[in-house]
Write a protein that binds this ligand. Structure first.
Ligand SMILES: C[S@@+](CC[C@H](N)C(=O)[O-])C[C@H]1O[C@@H](n2cnc3c(N)ncnc32)[C@H](O)[C@@H]1O
Length: 348
Protein backbone atom coordinates (compact mmCIF):
# COMPACT_ATOMS: atom_id res chain seq x y z
CA UNK A 1 0.00 0.00 0.00
CA UNK A 2 1.29 3.44 -0.92
CA UNK A 3 -0.18 6.88 -0.47
CA UNK A 4 -1.67 8.03 -3.77
CA UNK A 5 -3.47 11.11 -4.94
CA UNK A 6 -5.70 11.76 -7.92
CA UNK A 7 -6.23 15.12 -9.61
CA UNK A 8 -9.94 15.27 -10.40
CA UNK A 9 -12.01 17.16 -12.90
CA UNK A 10 -13.90 20.16 -11.58
CA UNK A 11 -16.95 19.32 -13.71
CA UNK A 12 -18.83 18.04 -10.67
CA UNK A 13 -18.19 18.39 -6.95
CA UNK A 14 -18.80 14.82 -5.77
CA UNK A 15 -18.91 12.46 -8.76
CA UNK A 16 -15.14 12.37 -9.53
CA UNK A 17 -14.01 11.24 -6.05
CA UNK A 18 -16.82 8.68 -5.78
CA UNK A 19 -15.92 7.39 -9.23
CA UNK A 20 -12.29 6.71 -8.23
CA UNK A 21 -13.43 4.82 -5.10
CA UNK A 22 -15.99 2.87 -7.13
CA UNK A 23 -13.34 1.86 -9.71
CA UNK A 24 -11.07 0.56 -6.93
CA UNK A 25 -13.98 -1.33 -5.35
CA UNK A 26 -15.09 -2.80 -8.68
CA UNK A 27 -11.55 -3.96 -9.47
CA UNK A 28 -11.01 -5.46 -6.01
CA UNK A 29 -8.41 -2.99 -4.69
CA UNK A 30 -8.80 -2.18 -1.02
CA UNK A 31 -8.05 1.38 0.03
CA UNK A 32 -7.83 3.26 3.29
CA UNK A 33 -7.79 6.75 4.78
CA UNK A 34 -9.46 8.53 1.86
CA UNK A 35 -9.33 12.31 2.17
CA UNK A 36 -10.94 14.74 -0.22
CA UNK A 37 -9.39 18.12 -0.96
CA UNK A 38 -10.86 20.42 -3.60
CA UNK A 39 -10.41 18.43 -6.90
CA UNK A 40 -7.96 16.03 -5.25
CA UNK A 41 -8.59 12.65 -3.64
CA UNK A 42 -5.86 11.19 -1.40
CA UNK A 43 -5.90 7.58 -0.25
CA UNK A 44 -3.73 4.54 0.41
CA UNK A 45 -3.93 1.63 -2.00
CA UNK A 46 -1.93 -0.71 -4.23
CA UNK A 47 0.19 1.31 -6.68
CA UNK A 48 -1.18 -0.92 -9.49
CA UNK A 49 -4.70 0.43 -8.83
CA UNK A 50 -3.86 3.62 -10.74
CA UNK A 51 -3.90 1.59 -13.97
CA UNK A 52 -7.53 0.63 -13.39
CA UNK A 53 -8.39 4.28 -12.75
CA UNK A 54 -6.52 5.29 -15.90
CA UNK A 55 -8.42 2.80 -18.04
CA UNK A 56 -11.87 3.32 -16.51
CA UNK A 57 -12.31 6.77 -15.03
CA UNK A 58 -14.10 9.62 -16.79
CA UNK A 59 -13.33 12.35 -14.28
CA UNK A 60 -9.69 11.73 -13.24
CA UNK A 61 -6.90 13.71 -14.89
CA UNK A 62 -3.70 12.56 -13.19
CA UNK A 63 -2.65 9.98 -10.63
CA UNK A 64 0.46 10.28 -8.49
CA UNK A 65 2.34 8.60 -5.69
CA UNK A 66 2.26 11.11 -2.86
CA UNK A 67 5.59 12.26 -1.45
CA UNK A 68 4.59 15.12 0.80
CA UNK A 69 1.75 17.37 1.86
CA UNK A 70 2.38 20.78 3.42
CA UNK A 71 0.64 24.05 4.11
CA UNK A 72 0.71 26.15 0.97
CA UNK A 73 3.53 28.54 1.86
CA UNK A 74 7.20 28.49 0.82
CA UNK A 75 8.66 27.84 4.26
CA UNK A 76 6.35 24.88 5.11
CA UNK A 77 6.98 23.36 1.67
CA UNK A 78 10.78 23.78 1.91
CA UNK A 79 10.77 22.11 5.34
CA UNK A 80 8.61 19.20 4.16
CA UNK A 81 10.74 18.72 1.03
CA UNK A 82 13.95 18.75 3.12
CA UNK A 83 12.64 15.76 5.08
CA UNK A 84 11.73 13.83 1.92
CA UNK A 85 14.11 11.28 0.40
CA UNK A 86 13.60 11.91 -3.33
CA UNK A 87 16.21 9.24 -4.17
CA UNK A 88 13.57 6.63 -3.27
CA UNK A 89 11.80 7.48 -6.55
CA UNK A 90 14.50 9.32 -8.54
CA UNK A 91 17.70 7.36 -9.19
CA UNK A 92 21.14 8.66 -9.99
CA UNK A 93 21.38 9.26 -13.77
CA UNK A 94 17.67 10.08 -14.13
CA UNK A 95 16.20 13.45 -15.13
CA UNK A 96 13.14 15.17 -13.71
CA UNK A 97 10.84 18.16 -13.88
CA UNK A 98 8.55 19.76 -11.31
CA UNK A 99 5.12 20.94 -12.43
CA UNK A 100 2.79 22.82 -10.11
CA UNK A 101 -0.95 23.19 -10.78
CA UNK A 102 -3.21 25.49 -8.84
CA UNK A 103 -6.88 24.67 -8.24
CA UNK A 104 -9.08 27.78 -8.38
CA UNK A 105 -7.15 30.59 -6.64
CA UNK A 106 -5.90 28.73 -3.57
CA UNK A 107 -2.86 30.41 -1.98
CA UNK A 108 -2.43 32.74 -4.94
CA UNK A 109 -1.14 35.50 -2.69
CA UNK A 110 1.40 33.19 -1.01
CA UNK A 111 2.70 31.17 -3.95
CA UNK A 112 3.70 31.79 -7.54
CA UNK A 113 3.59 28.41 -9.30
CA UNK A 114 6.63 29.05 -11.49
CA UNK A 115 8.72 30.23 -8.54
CA UNK A 116 7.72 27.11 -6.62
CA UNK A 117 8.66 24.86 -9.56
CA UNK A 118 12.14 26.44 -9.63
CA UNK A 119 12.58 26.33 -5.83
CA UNK A 120 11.54 22.69 -5.57
CA UNK A 121 13.60 21.78 -8.63
CA UNK A 122 16.73 23.28 -7.01
CA UNK A 123 15.98 21.55 -3.71
CA UNK A 124 15.53 18.15 -5.35
CA UNK A 125 18.77 18.67 -7.32
CA UNK A 126 20.74 19.52 -4.20
CA UNK A 127 19.25 16.67 -2.13
CA UNK A 128 19.54 13.91 -4.74
CA UNK A 129 22.92 12.85 -6.12
CA UNK A 130 23.46 12.34 -9.86
CA UNK A 131 20.11 13.68 -11.12
CA UNK A 132 19.46 16.39 -13.73
CA UNK A 133 16.59 18.64 -14.77
CA UNK A 134 14.99 18.06 -18.15
CA UNK A 135 12.01 20.30 -18.90
CA UNK A 136 10.98 18.69 -22.19
CA UNK A 137 11.51 14.98 -21.86
CA UNK A 138 12.16 14.06 -18.23
CA UNK A 139 12.36 10.50 -16.87
CA UNK A 140 10.23 11.51 -13.87
CA UNK A 141 7.68 14.25 -13.30
CA UNK A 142 6.92 15.59 -9.84
CA UNK A 143 3.45 17.05 -9.81
CA UNK A 144 2.30 19.45 -7.15
CA UNK A 145 -1.29 20.56 -6.65
CA UNK A 146 -2.10 23.66 -4.66
CA UNK A 147 -5.59 23.13 -3.30
CA UNK A 148 -7.55 23.73 -0.10
CA UNK A 149 -4.55 25.83 1.08
CA UNK A 150 -2.22 22.82 0.97
CA UNK A 151 0.42 21.67 -1.49
CA UNK A 152 0.32 17.97 -2.24
CA UNK A 153 3.39 16.81 -4.16
CA UNK A 154 3.97 13.44 -5.75
CA UNK A 155 5.56 11.39 -8.48
CA UNK A 156 3.27 11.42 -11.49
CA UNK A 157 2.20 7.88 -12.42
CA UNK A 158 -0.44 8.38 -15.12
CA UNK A 159 -1.86 11.18 -17.22
CA UNK A 160 -5.43 10.75 -18.36
CA UNK A 161 -6.78 12.62 -21.35
CA UNK A 162 -10.49 13.11 -21.86
CA UNK A 163 -10.03 13.32 -25.64
CA UNK A 164 -11.60 9.94 -26.32
CA UNK A 165 -14.77 10.94 -24.47
CA UNK A 166 -15.23 13.99 -26.64
CA UNK A 167 -14.91 11.71 -29.68
CA UNK A 168 -17.90 9.80 -28.32
CA UNK A 169 -20.07 12.78 -27.41
CA UNK A 170 -23.71 12.46 -28.53
CA UNK A 171 -23.43 14.66 -31.63
CA UNK A 172 -20.40 12.76 -32.91
CA UNK A 173 -22.37 9.51 -33.05
CA UNK A 174 -24.13 8.46 -36.26
CA UNK A 175 -27.48 8.22 -34.44
CA UNK A 176 -28.20 11.34 -32.39
CA UNK A 177 -31.15 12.05 -30.11
CA UNK A 178 -31.41 15.11 -27.80
CA UNK A 179 -32.10 12.86 -24.81
CA UNK A 180 -28.65 11.25 -25.07
CA UNK A 181 -26.43 11.46 -22.04
CA UNK A 182 -22.86 12.86 -22.13
CA UNK A 183 -20.40 9.99 -22.54
CA UNK A 184 -18.37 10.96 -19.46
CA UNK A 185 -21.41 10.91 -17.22
CA UNK A 186 -22.48 7.55 -18.62
CA UNK A 187 -18.99 6.11 -18.00
CA UNK A 188 -19.04 7.45 -14.47
CA UNK A 189 -22.42 5.77 -13.88
CA UNK A 190 -21.02 2.48 -15.22
CA UNK A 191 -18.21 2.82 -12.68
CA UNK A 192 -20.55 3.73 -9.82
CA UNK A 193 -22.55 0.57 -10.64
CA UNK A 194 -19.37 -1.50 -10.01
CA UNK A 195 -19.52 -3.02 -13.50
CA UNK A 196 -16.61 -5.39 -14.08
CA UNK A 197 -14.86 -6.70 -17.17
CA UNK A 198 -16.78 -9.64 -18.69
CA UNK A 199 -19.80 -8.97 -16.45
CA UNK A 200 -23.21 -8.24 -17.98
CA UNK A 201 -24.41 -4.65 -17.82
CA UNK A 202 -28.04 -3.88 -18.61
CA UNK A 203 -29.51 -0.53 -19.64
CA UNK A 204 -33.30 -0.95 -19.63
CA UNK A 205 -33.86 2.48 -21.29
CA UNK A 206 -30.89 2.34 -23.67
CA UNK A 207 -31.92 5.21 -26.02
CA UNK A 208 -28.91 5.88 -28.25
CA UNK A 209 -26.75 3.31 -26.44
CA UNK A 210 -24.46 5.69 -24.51
CA UNK A 211 -24.08 3.56 -21.39
CA UNK A 212 -23.69 0.36 -23.42
CA UNK A 213 -20.84 1.93 -25.39
CA UNK A 214 -19.09 3.20 -22.26
CA UNK A 215 -19.49 -0.19 -20.56
CA UNK A 216 -18.20 -2.03 -23.64
CA UNK A 217 -15.10 0.19 -23.65
CA UNK A 218 -14.13 -1.21 -20.23
CA UNK A 219 -14.80 -4.77 -21.33
CA UNK A 220 -18.38 -5.41 -20.13
CA UNK A 221 -20.88 -7.53 -22.00
CA UNK A 222 -23.90 -5.35 -22.65
CA UNK A 223 -27.66 -5.71 -23.00
CA UNK A 224 -29.96 -2.84 -23.97
CA UNK A 225 -33.74 -2.60 -23.81
CA UNK A 226 -35.83 0.18 -25.35
CA UNK A 227 -39.54 0.40 -26.10
CA UNK A 228 -39.03 2.23 -29.39
CA UNK A 229 -37.82 0.43 -32.50
CA UNK A 230 -36.08 3.53 -33.87
CA UNK A 231 -34.04 3.79 -30.66
CA UNK A 232 -33.01 0.12 -30.78
CA UNK A 233 -31.99 0.56 -34.43
CA UNK A 234 -30.17 3.79 -33.49
CA UNK A 235 -28.33 2.06 -30.63
CA UNK A 236 -27.30 -0.70 -33.02
CA UNK A 237 -25.97 1.86 -35.50
CA UNK A 238 -23.95 3.60 -32.77
CA UNK A 239 -22.53 0.34 -31.44
CA UNK A 240 -21.47 -0.77 -34.93
CA UNK A 241 -19.77 2.63 -35.41
CA UNK A 242 -17.51 1.86 -32.44
CA UNK A 243 -17.02 -1.79 -33.39
CA UNK A 244 -19.13 -3.06 -30.47
CA UNK A 245 -21.42 -6.03 -30.57
CA UNK A 246 -24.00 -6.10 -27.76
CA UNK A 247 -24.87 -9.36 -26.06
CA UNK A 248 -28.48 -8.37 -26.73
CA UNK A 249 -30.60 -5.46 -27.93
CA UNK A 250 -34.24 -5.95 -27.05
CA UNK A 251 -37.24 -4.06 -28.35
CA UNK A 252 -39.37 -4.28 -25.24
CA UNK A 253 -40.74 -2.84 -22.05
CA UNK A 254 -38.27 -2.32 -19.21
CA UNK A 255 -41.02 -3.24 -16.75
CA UNK A 256 -41.04 -6.79 -18.11
CA UNK A 257 -37.47 -7.65 -19.05
CA UNK A 258 -37.10 -11.08 -20.68
CA UNK A 259 -33.81 -11.90 -18.93
CA UNK A 260 -32.76 -14.14 -16.06
CA UNK A 261 -29.65 -12.52 -14.65
CA UNK A 262 -27.45 -9.45 -15.09
CA UNK A 263 -24.56 -8.10 -12.98
CA UNK A 264 -25.13 -4.34 -13.01
CA UNK A 265 -27.77 -1.89 -14.22
CA UNK A 266 -27.13 1.66 -15.46
CA UNK A 267 -29.97 3.72 -16.79
CA UNK A 268 -31.46 7.10 -17.53
CA UNK A 269 -35.25 6.79 -17.83
CA UNK A 270 -37.25 9.25 -19.93
CA UNK A 271 -38.13 12.51 -18.21
CA UNK A 272 -41.10 13.27 -20.45
CA UNK A 273 -39.24 16.21 -22.11
CA UNK A 274 -37.01 15.21 -25.01
CA UNK A 275 -37.91 11.56 -24.55
CA UNK A 276 -41.40 10.26 -23.92
CA UNK A 277 -42.40 8.28 -20.83
CA UNK A 278 -44.89 6.45 -23.09
CA UNK A 279 -48.02 7.04 -20.96
CA UNK A 280 -46.24 6.52 -17.63
CA UNK A 281 -44.38 8.96 -15.36
CA UNK A 282 -40.65 9.07 -14.64
CA UNK A 283 -41.13 8.22 -10.93
CA UNK A 284 -43.41 5.32 -11.81
CA UNK A 285 -40.92 4.07 -14.40
CA UNK A 286 -38.06 4.32 -11.89
CA UNK A 287 -40.05 2.31 -9.35
CA UNK A 288 -41.14 -0.25 -11.94
CA UNK A 289 -37.62 -0.72 -13.28
CA UNK A 290 -36.29 -1.16 -9.76
CA UNK A 291 -38.81 -3.95 -9.29
CA UNK A 292 -38.05 -5.59 -12.64
CA UNK A 293 -34.25 -5.39 -12.26
CA UNK A 294 -34.32 -6.48 -8.59
CA UNK A 295 -35.12 -9.97 -9.80
CA UNK A 296 -32.12 -9.96 -12.17
CA UNK A 297 -29.43 -8.75 -9.76
CA UNK A 298 -27.66 -10.61 -6.98
CA UNK A 299 -27.53 -9.28 -3.41
CA UNK A 300 -24.82 -6.59 -3.24
CA UNK A 301 -25.03 -5.79 -6.96
CA UNK A 302 -25.89 -2.30 -8.05
CA UNK A 303 -28.21 -0.13 -10.11
CA UNK A 304 -27.25 3.43 -10.95
CA UNK A 305 -30.15 5.61 -12.12
CA UNK A 306 -30.36 9.21 -13.31
CA UNK A 307 -33.50 11.29 -12.87
CA UNK A 308 -34.45 14.93 -12.39
CA UNK A 309 -33.53 16.09 -8.88
CA UNK A 310 -37.07 17.33 -8.32
CA UNK A 311 -38.33 13.72 -8.31
CA UNK A 312 -36.26 12.85 -5.22
CA UNK A 313 -35.71 9.20 -6.19
CA UNK A 314 -33.32 8.27 -3.36
CA UNK A 315 -36.02 7.12 -0.88
CA UNK A 316 -37.67 4.89 -3.51
CA UNK A 317 -35.33 1.91 -3.16
CA UNK A 318 -35.92 1.19 0.51
CA UNK A 319 -39.32 -0.49 0.14
CA UNK A 320 -38.19 -2.35 -2.98
CA UNK A 321 -35.31 -4.37 -1.52
CA UNK A 322 -32.54 -1.86 -2.31
CA UNK A 323 -30.24 0.18 -0.08
CA UNK A 324 -29.56 3.73 -1.21
CA UNK A 325 -25.74 4.01 -1.39
CA UNK A 326 -25.24 7.60 -2.54
CA UNK A 327 -26.60 10.38 -4.73
CA UNK A 328 -24.85 13.04 -6.76
CA UNK A 329 -26.29 16.10 -8.43
CA UNK A 330 -25.32 17.41 -11.86
CA UNK A 331 -26.55 20.77 -13.10
CA UNK A 332 -27.54 20.42 -16.76
CA UNK A 333 -29.41 23.67 -17.46
CA UNK A 334 -31.76 26.14 -15.76
CA UNK A 335 -34.65 23.70 -15.50
CA UNK A 336 -32.80 20.41 -15.09
CA UNK A 337 -30.46 19.19 -12.38
CA UNK A 338 -29.92 15.44 -12.59
CA UNK A 339 -29.75 13.22 -9.55
CA UNK A 340 -27.46 10.24 -10.09
CA UNK A 341 -28.55 7.70 -7.48
CA UNK A 342 -26.74 4.48 -6.67
CA UNK A 343 -28.62 1.58 -5.06
CA UNK A 344 -27.40 -1.82 -3.94
CA UNK A 345 -29.64 -4.85 -3.84
CA UNK A 346 -30.13 -5.48 -0.13
CA UNK A 347 -32.50 -8.45 0.05
CA UNK A 348 -33.41 -11.43 -2.14
C1 LIG B 1 -33.70 9.44 -21.69
S1 LIG B 1 -33.81 8.25 -22.96
C2 LIG B 1 -32.36 7.33 -22.71
C3 LIG B 1 -31.16 8.02 -23.26
C4 LIG B 1 -29.91 7.21 -23.16
N1 LIG B 1 -29.39 7.17 -21.82
C5 LIG B 1 -28.87 7.76 -24.12
O1 LIG B 1 -27.83 8.28 -23.68
O2 LIG B 1 -29.09 7.72 -25.32
C6 LIG B 1 -35.07 7.17 -22.42
C7 LIG B 1 -35.44 6.05 -23.36
O3 LIG B 1 -36.41 5.23 -22.70
C8 LIG B 1 -37.26 4.66 -23.68
N2 LIG B 1 -38.49 4.19 -23.01
C9 LIG B 1 -39.54 4.88 -22.56
N3 LIG B 1 -40.41 4.07 -21.89
C10 LIG B 1 -39.87 2.82 -21.94
C11 LIG B 1 -40.25 1.56 -21.42
N4 LIG B 1 -41.38 1.39 -20.72
N5 LIG B 1 -39.43 0.49 -21.61
C12 LIG B 1 -38.27 0.65 -22.30
N6 LIG B 1 -37.86 1.82 -22.82
C13 LIG B 1 -38.64 2.89 -22.64
C14 LIG B 1 -37.45 5.77 -24.68
O4 LIG B 1 -37.78 5.23 -25.93
C15 LIG B 1 -36.07 6.46 -24.66
O5 LIG B 1 -35.26 5.98 -25.71
Amino acid sequence: MVRLFFLLSGENETLPASEVKAVLEAEGYSYSNPEGLDQVLRLESDVESVKAVQIRSAYTRVSAQELLIADANYSAITKAAAKNDFSAVLKSGESFVVRINRIKNYADTEINTMTLEIKLGRQILSQTPGVTVNLKNPDKTFIGIITSNKLVLGLKLTDITSKTFSERRPRKKPFFHPSAMPSKMARCMVNLAHAKTESVLLDPFCGTGTSLIEAAFIGCRTVGVDAQRRMILGTKKNLVHFGIEAEGLILGDSRKIPLVKVDAVVTDPPYGRSSSTLKSTTVQLVEDVMVSTHALLGVGQRICIAAPKTLNISPLGAGLGFRHVESHFAYIHQTLTREIAVFEKATQ
